[in-house]
Write a protein that binds this ligand. Structure first.
Ligand code: G3P
Ligand code: MG
Length: 498
């Protein structure tokens, strides 16, 4: 399996004696792993393709917003855990068999805006956190991870290139999901004309075409064909030349010759007023036919949003309005202008459980492809715990808790960690309670790895093992003290086991 990530130049390798604790520890850990392996793989593992499109949520299904229960069985307190002693970067022994240095029972999934990046710039601790996950930690382990963002507006490969630059390591499409990724699945269902809204210039049209949508129309094309569509919106010369001539199409003499089968809001709108007008025109049309008006206002085509974030954290010190706000405005103004008719729209993205199931399938695939972690014949669950690190309670934490709830005791544990570097404001009560609240993503990674190491030590010292929820907490001080004790015992037991 792949060699450990390149070490940070100039990092002093921790010099320890030949029969050093690290080697002992690794040996013991491998023994533990074998133990775990037998223990862990006892349930069935569904091989659904990761590409199956996640469940959509419609605007009328998002009413019951029961916050998920707090203080789950293992007593992990949500209190504002000051970051545990950061995991000291450590150079694993060169001759260690890196194959076994990949954590096989837990993984991380990261939100991007407000956790790793703000306004396009990396959050400092993010770079450090990635290094820790790629082996620069005292256990010398590598931990698989994926990225799950509601953001979008560029192709997955472009976003991965941006993220690779921001995080100073290679990010592959195989470990990346953005808000509109699941929309690819709908290109076979809507083979006629679709309207794609949002993002910079022509970017979203290009992404939609790579997804297989055959006839992608943008608000710019409609404004070019009829400038009075949005009276105060004047296309710039660049936009005019980039937009397509709808009226020069064969068989199209006027805009009402074009029927929009579905509307997709791929990314945050760059012009809310004209996008709102055009989306509402189509929602109130006769079956999506441009420039027509329905008498009953219930003949419009479906409208899909790639997510439902009302707020998100960008470069500004205060949170900014997101696509979810535009969605609410579309529905409210529709109701206002149709004598109270309700408009149902659909949202992908977090917090939909379907999106997390999609992510879990992608993670299993990534663990198999990148790290060779595959469940053997008759073996059951894949990854034991996924630590999801997010900054928005309404999407990241709510979705992770709901996924954890859904996958139940037998399934993969989805453990929600909320950071303070984004939407969540310190000192406020999050509407959806995380299992852990920490300062930043590096604290989150430290917390997850230590919790897992404590579990392993607990298992090795005959305590409750993996898969058994209700292990003793790690975040709080007592946990740390125990950590020290266990480590001590670990040394003892390693030696004693011999
Ligand atoms: O527009 C994207 C934003 O709403 C949130 O992105 O990465 O925090 O899910 P992210
Ligand atoms: Mg975020």
């Amino acid at each position: 399996m792949s060699s450990l990530a390149p070490q940070r130049p100039g990092m002093p390798a921790r010099q320890i004696s030949a029969s050093s604790f690290a080697e002992e520890f690794t040996a013991a850990r491998n023994r533990l792993k074998k133990l775990d392996f037998e223990h862990e793989h006892e349930q069935d593992h569904d091989d659904e393709s990761p590409m199956a499109s996640p469940a959509l949520s419609s605007s009328d299904s998002l009413t019951s917003e029961e916050p998920s229960p707090l203080g789950s069985e293992d007593g992990d307190s949500m209190d504002d855990a000051s970051p545990a002693t950061p995991i000291t970067p450590f150079t694993p022994m060169a001759d260690q068999d890196s194959n076994d240095d990949v954590a096989d029972n837990f993984a991380f999934a990261f939100d991007i805006d407000g956790v790793l990046v703000r306004g396009g710039k990396p959050i400092p601790e993010a770079i450090e956190a990635m290094k820790v996950l790629n082996g620069e930690n005292e256990y010398g382990i590598k931990v698989p991870y994926i990225f799950l963002t509601n953001g979008g507006g560029k192709s997955e490969s472009e976003r991965c290139a941006d993220l690779s630059q921001q995080l100073e390591l290679e990010v592959s499409e195989g470990q990346f999901i953005c808000g509109h990724t699941p929309m690819r699945e709908l290109s076979s269902r809507y083979s006629g004309s679709v309207l794609v809204v949002g993002g910079e210039g022509e970017k979203c049209r290009q992404v939609a075409e790579t997804y297989g949508f055959r006839d992608v129309i943008t608000p710019g094309d409609i404004l070019k064909a009829n400038a009075s569509t949005a009276p105060f919106r004047k296309l710039t010369p660049a936009e005019l030349s980039a937009s397509r001539d709808l009226l020069s199409r064969p068989g199209v003499g006027k805009l009402s010759d074009i029927v929009i089968e579905a509307v997709f809001v791929f990314a945050d709108s760059r012009d809310w007023a004209s996008d709102l007008q055009i989306i509402l025109d189509i929602a109130q049309s006769k079956g999506g036919r441009l420039e027509t008006r329905s008498e009953t206002f219930d003949e419009g085509p479906p409208i899909f949003f790639s997510h439902n974030d009302v707020l998100w954290s960008a470069a500004h010190e205060h949170v900014r309005l997101g696509m979810g706000a535009l969605r609410k405005i579309v529905e409210t103004v529709f109701e206002e202008t149709t004598g109270g008719k309700k408009l149902t729209t659909y949202a992908f993205g977090k917090p939909q459980v379907g999106t997390f199931e999609f992510a879990e399938r992608l993670l299993q695939k990534w663990r198999a492809e990148k790290h060779g972690l595959v469940a053997g014949r008759g073996e059951k669950r894949g990854v034991g715990t996924v630590y999801f690190v997010g900054d928005t309670p309404e999407s990241d934490i709510r979705g992770t808790n709901a996924m954890d709830e859904k996958s139940g005791r037998e399934g993969t544990e989805w453990y929600s960690i909320l950071v303070k570097t984004g939407v969540y404001q310190e000192g406020t009560e999050p509407r959806f309670k995380p299992r852990k609240l920490v300062g930043n993503v590096l604290d989150a990674v430290n917390h997850g790895i230590r919790r897992e190491m404590a579990r392993k030590m607990k298992t090795s010292s005959g305590g409750q093992g993996q898969g058994q929820r209700g292990l003793w907490p790690l975040g709080d001080v007592t946990g740390l003290k125990k950590m020290g004790e266990v480590e001590g015992r670990m040394q003892e037991c390693v030696i004693s086991e011999h």
